[in-house]
Ligand binder design. Structure first.
Ligand SMILES: *Cc1c(COP(=O)(O)O)cnc(C)c1O
Length: 496
């Protein structure tokens, strides 16, 4: 069996009795666990020698694609370079060996990191204070919305059960609102792709808890009517929420706090480097304006005369995020540490270059490719933009085909068929970390694929040709999920 073969599970390489370890002889005698604590049957674990294990996982890792393999222009995800120093710092044993329940005197360094990044993020976003507790962007959204509802409830303003969400929002926005028990009211976009202020006005009233906005929005456009929107939402008594998952292009250019936002979440695992994807560990800090500080969830790191301390739940009777946890301890500490390293290594001056460079790169690609690819909203974009497939629709080559063909050329595909506003959406985000050579190489390849689509469309429609497996059935796994190994073996046997 070819050990490069996909789907080769470590279980299939197992031989009873093989071992990859040898434990020292037991000097303390045999003390069996009481029967009540023992499994009825031994766990079915793979039994392999060390070389088999190492090769198995090394070969699988070679079938993977990451930022370290090649250009990864996945829109709305900010797949930027993750500096190696982040990994070095976050692997220091002084950090990895900490326990969240250690006495605070023994973890002053870790608390200082948390406190400092709380302050750094507050300063970058223009908010008064920040909680690092949420574990992902969506978790940050939920936390932020809970802060908003806590605020209204504590004022006895119990009518506010609705939240306004733009039709172009990331799917997590309405989902988080629903989890928070809020009713979602959709506001439409203008043909230019921005929130339609005229559609917004009649939605506002004393039942509105707040409005969520993403800026730059899902089309990569700057919402230029924010001052007016902020005034309208505040005038009706609502609070304004900023989905800052994609803050990258704003770094050094503008601050949500200055625009009138009351709550913001950030995705450290996008804007502040740190590896992500595949559901890996994330971090979605939430920043709030002054009046919402009492509603930040606990625990929270504060600085006192004696050093850094943890403010914990007061556990009062009243319902409020102020007396609730939204996670176990102080967030995903090692992810926070990577982001802190990233912020410190760029420093106050260089972090300001991130936004403008990410914006320049995106606009450069957009302008170079818009003759071959349909650009439905032809305007200055921020860090990303959306094509609506190839310009020449007569070839029958779809966005899916272009995405698959890119794999043959060693590029990760852009985000496709999202946002849902266009049929053949292709969302490209280069980030600031790519060189001009890399970006030019991508542009050239996209031109080559457009030419292939005109001249040899079958070549594109049947791509990829060079990857270990060709086209997979996208919906099979969703419709017939096989979630256990035993099930897989069983099915394979019954097919024979
Ligand atoms: C990625 C993203 C989210 C969700 O973040 P997760 O960490 O995946 O939960 C929310 N909003 C926007 C605009 C995003 O791009």
């Amino acid at each position: 069996m070819n050990n490069k073969l996909y789907g080769n599970l470590i279980f299939e390489l197992s031989h009873p009795g093989r071992r990859a370890y040898s434990l020292p002889e037991n000097r303390f005698g045999h003390h069996p666990l009481p029967d009540a604590c023992r499994r009825a049957k031994d766990a079915e674990l793979p039994e392999c020698d060390e070389m088999t294990v190492v090769r198995h996982y090394t070969n699988h890792s070679e079938n993977n694609f990451g930022v370290d393999n090649g250009f990864y222009p996945l829109g709305s995800c900010t797949m930027k370079y993750n500096p190696v120093i982040n990994e070095e710092i976050s692997s220091l044993k002084a950090f990895t060996d900490l326990h969240p329940q250690q006495p605070v005197e023994t973890v002053q360094g870790a608390l200082e990191v948390e406190y400092n990044i709380q302050r750094a993020l507050a300063s970058i976003t223009g908010m008064a204070d920040v909680t690092l507790n949420p574990y992902a962007g969506a978790h940050g959204e939920l936390t932020g919305l809970m802060i908003i509802t806590s605020y209204h409830q504590q004022r006895g303003d119990t009518k506010r059960t609705k939240v306004i969400v733009p039709d172009s929002a990331h799917g997590t926005n309405p989902a988080s609102a629903a989890v928070c028990g809020l009713e979602v009211v959709e506001v439409k976009s203008t043909p230019e792709g921005l929130v339609d202020v005229n559609d917004l006005r009649p939605l506002l009233g004393d039942d509105i808890a707040g409005m969520m906005m993403t800026n730059p929005n899902t089309l990569g456009l700057f919402e230029k009517d924010i001052p007016e929107i902020a005034k309208l939402v505040h005038d009706c008594g609502g609070l304004l929420y900023y989905d800052g998952a994609n803050l990258n292009p704003l770094l050094g250019a503008a601050r949500p706090g200055d625009m009138g936002f009351d709550v913001i979440h950030l995705n450290l695992h996008k804007t502040f480097s740190t590896p992500h994807g595949g559901g890996g560990p994330g971090s979605g800090p939430v920043g709030v304006c002054e009046k919402l500080i009492p509603f930040l969830p606990k625990p929270h790191v504060i600085k006192t005369k004696e050093g850094f301390a943890i403010e914990d739940c007061r556990l009062t009777e009243e319902y409020s995020t102020a007396d609730n946890r939204i996670g176990g301890y102080l967030g995903n500490f090692l992810i926070i540490l990577r982001a802190y390293t990233y912020i410190l290594s760029l420093g106050r001056n260089h972090i300001k270059e991130v936004g403008p460079l990410a914006t320049l790169n995106a606009n450069y690609i957009k302008e170079c490719l818009k003759d071959d690819y349909e650009l439905p909203i032809d305007t200055l974009c921020k860090h990303e933009f959306v094509f609506d497939g190839l310009k020449d629709k007569s070839t029958g080559v779809t966005t899916m085909d272009v995405a698959k063909r890119l794999l043959d050329y060693g590029y990760h595909a852009p985000t496709i068929y999202f946002p849902l506003l266009f049929h053949e959406a292709m969302m490209i985000e280069p980030t600031e970390s790519e060189s001009k050579d890399t970006i030019d190489g991508f542009i050239k390849t996209m031109h080559v694929i457009a030419k292939e689509a005109r001249e040899t469309p079958e070549l594109v429609k049947e791509a990829p040709h060079s990857t270990p497996i060709g086209r997979v059935d996208d919906v099979l796994a969703a419709k017939h999920p096989i979630l256990t190994y035993r099930q897989l073996i069983h099915d394979m046997e019954s097919e024979e």
